[in-house]
Design a protein around this ligand. Structure first.
Ligand SMILES: Nc1ncnc2c1ncn2[C@@H]1O[C@H](COP(=O)(O)OP(=O)(O)OP(=O)(O)O)[C@@H](O)[C@H]1O
Ligand SMILES: O=C(O)[C@@H](O)C(=O)CO
Length: 421
């Protein structure tokens, strides 16, 4: 293993694993920190998927340190801490506390923080995060059910989460190339802010930052920050050439779509699937809470829906989410939906379903945990940041497309299946 990564949610891990695989590293994704001695085969990069984005900061730190120890024991020379390209976090964390703890573990004087992912229209300019044409704080992320993002100034957002001084490497420096960027890292290491938000508005910026960070012990950011890292190992003669992730030998079996994401892109994808005539059932946290919606009924609906993919979705607009949260509490509104999806997924697998398309990071985490998937092989890209994957090590493997809430074109739920044979 050359590169080790810790991702704070499952879809984010898959996003990063796809990026590394596309750039030519043999990559395996594991779900949670495996036991010592777990065989990752000939993987050059290993991504540990945690579910630590919205748990208490102290727990996120401890899970991340456990993963880091495991990766280092496996030979990782450099670590990435992967979080969301929309910097999903709260004033308590978990980006700041986890970065700080990993810096301490690695003895890293400086690290960078860069969520930019231009292929999905996330760019950072003058330390401000943009989602498409909007500042983060004007984007739909301002209404996220668990991590509402109401400030686009990442220096300020990160500084609220850590006592380590936070600074900025602005685009003027980035556009001068790797040498200039490296000098700004060195200057910070000697006497300056130790966590650096780095501007990036296009992939060439990220490749230059990646090259400049070749010796950095810890790198933090979205999947975009990894785009230039495999080239460092290739330049050093440690990895081979590029190659598209292999096609998956998909197991025969029925498909299903489970959408627990309330993000704007997922809501558009739900609307497009319904408009195209996919059998669809909406589930509501309030109905689950009062017992009028049960896993058994959802299961019966999916099974009755025929051979093509049926859609079950909890996705709702911000007003409905706010109403459910007011009545049930934010935590419970989310967790009862996740539990229902987890139970339904397990029952479906037991009934021969083998193709699961899951929307939402937390939702995917709950489903994959319930299916007891330990590791994933990365397959073909459906849209930027979302590949098909195949569970590894199971006697009866399942194909999983784990879609980040805001990723994918509107017809994602319809077109994803065409990549499976
Ligand atoms: N109608 C609803 N009301 C309140 N909470 C909901 C509702 N539907 C889903 N949820 C919860 O909202 C959360 C959505 O988070 P999830 O990470 O799955 O999606 P996302 O944030 O859009 O995706 P990502 O993390 O990949 O960006 C989950 O905890 C889910 O259970
Ligand atoms: O970076 C992103 O936007 C995604 O990989 C993600 O983490 C969403 O949960």
């Amino acid at each position: 293993m050359l590169l080790g990564a810790i991702a704070d949610d499952l879809t984010g891990a898959t996003d990063l694993a796809l990026m590394l695989a596309r750039e030519g590293m043999k990559t395996v994704q594991v779900v949670g920190t495996p036991p010592s001695g777990f065989d990752t085969g000939d993987a050059e990069a290993v991504v540990v998927a945690l579910k630590s984005r919205t748990i208490p900061a102290a727990e996120a730190v401890s899970l991340s340190l456990e993963a880091a120890h495991w990766l280092l024991a496996g030979g990782a020379r450099q670590l990435i801490f992967k979080y969301c390209s929309t910097f999903d976090s709260t004033p308590e964390g978990n980006i700041g506390p986890v970065s700080e703890a990993l810096m301490e573990l690695l003895g890293a004087e400086v690290t960078i923080a860069c969520p930019a992912f231009p292929a999905n229209k996330r760019t950072v300019y003058r330390g401000h995060l943009f989602v498409g044409d909007l500042l983060l704080s004007d984007s739909p992320m301002k209404d996220h059910p668990l991590t509402p993002m109401r400030d686009a100034n990442l220096v300020r957002v990160l500084q609220a989460q850590t006592k380590v001084p936070v600074g900025l490497v602005a685009r003027d420096v980035v556009s001068e190339g790797p040498q200039a960027i490296r000098s700004s890292f060195a200057a910070a290491a000697s006497d300056g802010p130790r966590m650096l938000i780095v501007d990036a508005i296009e992939n060439d910026d990220l490749r230059a930052i990646g090259e400049a960070a070749s010796d950095m012990k810890l790198i933090t950011g979205g999947s975009g920050i990894a785009i230039g890292l495999p080239e460092n190992f290739r330049r050093a003669g440690l990895i081979g050439g590029r190659g598209a992730p292999a096609r998956l030998a998909t197991p025969a079996g029925r498909p299903v779509i489970l959408a627990g994401s309330c993000s704007a892109a997922t809501r558009r994808q739900v609307a497009a699937a319904i408009a195209a005539g996919l059998p669809a059932r909406k589930i509501d946290p309030l109905a689950i809470a009062d017992g009028s919606e049960t896993p058994a009924e959802v299961l019966a609906f999916i099974q009755a829906a025929g051979e093509g993919p049926a859609l079950v979705y909890a996705s709702a607009d911000p007003a409905a989410v706010a109403d459910a949260q007011e009545k049930l509490g934010r935590e419970r509104a989310g967790s009862i939906v996740e539990h229902l999806f987890a139970e339904v997924a397990t029952a479906l697998r037991d009934r021969g379903y083998t193709r699961f398309l899951v929307a939402g990071g937390e939702t995917s985490g709950a489903v994959v945990q319930a299916l007891d998937v330990k590791a994933l092989m990365i397959g073909p890209e459906i849209d930027p940041g979302v590949p098909w994957t195949l569970s590894l090590g199971d006697e009866a493997p399942v194909a999983l497309a784990l879609k980040s809430g805001n990723f994918g074109t509107d017809d994602f739920f319809l077109k994803a299946w065409t990549l499976l044979s």
